[in-house]
Write a protein that binds this ligand. Structure first.
Ligand code: SF4
Length: 424
């Protein structure tokens, strides 16, 4: 059985796509790079924003036409499945649907002569974890779901509540991956700081065990963390992050710099608490790279709220800021609130992007002229190597004979941009 997999969305979605690959290959299926060679097409979807959803729907429509014409089976999984099952079934009547919690069933669905629909059960039927295949990056999707209920977020509908993998499975697979050549381990999930709270353990405990049981030269990248829960575990997290095998990088979404908007969003922290959290982390790990997310134009955001967000951004000075204009997601509380006009969102987003770029440039300047330890992890544009410093800053490195992907060495930073460091 030849299977073509197409994957959209975040690192969690990529990790889940690797679960599909693992299950398919273990059952004797083979993966192909071209849709036209395949007997079966699997798509891992994303539903994070309104524009993403429209892109997904249009791609599913195209895939349905290709599959119908070529007599191929179409299997749709990932976040959109639980959000829009009726729409998907209407535009792709031949498709089978598998919600993320039932991914272990994917081979049965692929092999079934009938169309299968497994949606909105929100049960956790998964024990499969992706096997390492090749390359230096191993994605470990340690949990799915979260403990929050943010007014803008579709993910409780997409995935339901928190489900964490048992630590033993995670550690065993990371151990095998490192032994076979992985040098970067991405601990990923919807909100990795809630890892283990359904299993009487925690993220810092998991990381501590990985570091103790998996020897070797590798770097762990910790995925996105919700700030209020992070504050509960910050001492333990700082402790494990002192190990040089952890990238000094944390992704803490601020979302808004106004307490009024944070409350409307149903976020569980205040602006002051967020600032204190970042200050504490920077005090203990001065070289930390802080990434954040901001939603511009959330319903109810006035000019004054926006100015507060600008002020907080200038105060916190994140190394990297993802700015997203708010889009309505179905079944969420914010969908029914009074919306901010698109033109206002556009203007505010432009202002924030310019400020964020200036801050990112200033933060990157701190590396200028320094010699940094870098892991080369990919090929970038213009055939240069791309790497990461110990604090996960991307570095462009010119190609030289002794260099290759997986090489770890020291490089002098010759120039910087808001996005990259450039090495000699
Ligand atoms: S978890 Fe969020 S970003 Fe990741 S695939 Fe699902 S909707 Fe997209």
């Amino acid at each position: 059985m030849k299977v073509y997999i197409e994957t959209y969305g975040c690192w969690l979605s990529k990790g889940e796509s690797n679960i599909s690959r693992t299950i398919i290959e273990e059952n004797g299926g083979s993966l192909v790079d071209s849709i036209f060679e395949a007997d079966v097409v699997v798509i891992h979807t994303c539903a994070v924003r309104g524009d993403t959803e429209r892109k997904m729907i249009s791609r599913i429509r195209e895939l349905a036409d290709i599959c119908k014409a070529g007599n191929k089976k179409l299997v749709i999984t990932g976040c959109l499945v639980n959000v829009r099952p009726a729409t998907i079934s209407r535009i792709a009547p031949i498709a089978s649907l598998v919600e993320p919690g039932y991914l272990d069933e994917i081979w049965k669905v692929i092999m079934s002569p009938e169309k299968k629909i497994i949606v909105r059960k929100y049960e956790w039927r998964r024990c499969r974890f992706p096997a390492y295949k090749k390359g230096i990056c191993y994605i470990a999707p340690i949990q799915s779901g979260c403990l929050g209920n943010c007014a803008f977020c579709i993910e409780p509908i997409a995935r339901g509540r928190l489900h964490s993998y048992p630590p033993d499975i995670i550690i065993e697979e990371i151990f095998k991956a490192v032994r076979k050549g992985a040098k970067e381990i991405y601990l990923t999930g919807q909100d990795v700081i809630c890892y283990g709270l359904d299993r009487n353990t925690t993220l810092p405990e998991l990381i501590e065990k990985i570091l103790r049981k998996v020897e070797g030269e590798y770097f762990i990248r910790i995925g996105m963390l919700e700030p209020s829960l992070t504050a509960n575990f910050i001492d333990e997290l700082i402790d494990v992050m002192k190990d040089e095998r952890i990238y000094k990088y944390l992704h803490l979404p601020l979302q808004a710099g106004s307490d009024k908007i944070l409350k409307l969003m149903n976020r569980k922290y205040s602006v002051e608490e967020y600032i204190c959290l970042v200050e504490k982390i920077r005090k203990n790990i001065p070289a930390i790279t802080i990434a954040t997310d901001i939603i511009v134009g959330f319903p109810g955001e006035t000019e004054d709220d926006f100015k507060r967000t600008v002020a907080v951004l200038k105060k916190v000075k994140p190394d990297k800021t993802h700015i997203a204009r708010y889009t309505i997601r179905p079944f969420t509380a914010a969908a029914n609130m009074k919306q901010v006009p698109e033109s206002v969102k556009k203007r505010r987003s432009k202002i924030l992007s310019e400020i964020a770029a200036r801050i990112a440039y200033e933060r990157n300047l701190r590396h200028l002229g320094k010699i940094e330890k870098v892991l080369i992890n990919s090929i970038g544009h213009d055939s240069c190597f791309m790497g990461r410093t110990f604090n996960y800053k991307p570095v462009i490195i010119p190609v030289k004979p002794r260099l290759e992907i997986g090489y770890i060495g020291f490089f002098k930073i010759q120039s910087v941009t808001p996005i990259y460091l450039k090495a000699l």
